[in-house]
Design a protein around this ligand. Structure first.
Ligand SMILES: N[C@@H](CCC(=O)N[C@@H](CS)C(=O)NCC(=O)O)C(=O)O
Length: 311
């Protein structure tokens, strides 16, 4: 997996972005257009207009896939799924089959970035939302994609106005400590950076476990975008992060309330089809000089998401 500089793709792996003290720092997404209900941004909510470049194993793409599914937009927005294992070409697609790109027929995601953003500099990331009408990317920031799909398209409102500040506060905390926290643990280059990340991650999971003792969902009695954004990390926790990223103080299964809450989400209509445990393992246990040089995928653990949640 490489990086693009001024529209040219370099296949050398730059490694995770770290600060001088070995802490992982995620780069900010730079393609940030916005679909609006009235189309005044230049991007309206027409059916069939948008295409999403995704990968089943990417938790950020998973957010966007959940938004599409839960808003009932599966027939409205088309999707290409990259192969789970990245190569020096980054995210790649087959010529045909489940990992093909039926939209532009690219065989590597960097080709799509180069097509419409010739001066692009940065990482070649999924998710990437594309507009067929202007033939340009709309956004490569999953947080924006989830919010704009919610606000611009019909379907259940996952971020009601009255709960927005509460949702935004949970989102900020969960992004820093949990969604990105697992990466801060897994990509740390020093013991100190790892220790700090993993302790913050589990402190936050402990607090959410306590919170769920007296609230059904993060924002009270209603499932919201904050729950949606926590879910992709929980779905990958025991099969991937626990072992591959050394997030092993506890398993998700060891948190009775959080595990039941996660199972209830899994069992909501439209969610299970976005979850691919074997693909998560393929992806997170890819050959990596720093974490898993031989790319061997562990057999376990057995995680049964279909157990009754009893909530
Ligand atoms: N800010 C982005 C981050 C997306 C992201 O980092 N995606 C990862 C996959 S999980 C990726 O494509 N990484 C490729 C790379 O960093 O080169 C978002 O949330 O949409």
């Amino acid at each position: 997996m490489g990086v693009m500089i001024e529209g040219v793709y370099y296949a050398e792996d730059p490694g995770p972005d770290t600060t001088l003290n070995g802490a992982y720092e995620r780069q900010k997404a730079t393609i940030r257009h916005w679909i609006t209900r009235d189309g005044s941004s230049g991007f309206g909510p027409e059916a069939g207009r948008y295409h999403l470049y995704a990968a089943w194993n990417c938790p950020w793409a998973h957010r966007a896939l959940l938004a599409i599914s839960l808003k009932g937009l599966s027939e409205v927005i088309s999707v290409s799924y990259a192969r789970p294992r990245r190569t020096p070409e980054g995210w790649v697609y087959d010529e045909a089959g489940p990992y093909a790109d039926p939209f532009k027929g690219v065989t590597a995601l960097h080709q799509a970035y180069a097509l419409a953003t010739p001066a692009y500099t940065g990482r070649i990331t999924v998710p990437l939302l594309w507009d067929r009408e202007t033939d340009q990317p709309v956004s490569n920031e999953s947080a924006d994609i989830v919010r704009m799909l919610n606000d611009a398209f019909p379907g259940p409102d996952l971020a009601p106005e009255a709960l927005r500040s509460e949702i935004d506060a949970w989102n900020a905390r969960i992004y820093a400590e949990v969604n990105n926290g697992v990466y801060r643990a897994g990509f740390a280059r020093t013991q100190e950076a790892y220790d700090a990340a993993v302790l913050r991650l589990f402190a936050t999971l402990d607090e959410i476990e306590a919170h769920l003792g007296h609230h059904r969902w993060l924002c009270g009695d209603r499932f919201t975008e904050a729950d949606l954004r926590l879910f992709p990390t929980l779905a990958r926790f025991d099969v991937a992060y626990h072992y591959a990223f050394k997030c092993n103080i506890r398993r998700l299964m060891d948190y009775p309330r959080l595990w039941a809450y996660a199972r209830e989400m899994y069992q909501m209509p439209g969610v299970a089809e976005t979850v691919k445990l074997d693909i998560y393992k393929q992806g997170y246990f890819s050959p990596s000089e720093l974490r898993n040089p031989l790319g061997i995928v562990p057999a376990g653990p057995v995680v049964d998401w279909t157990l009754p949640h009893d909530r």
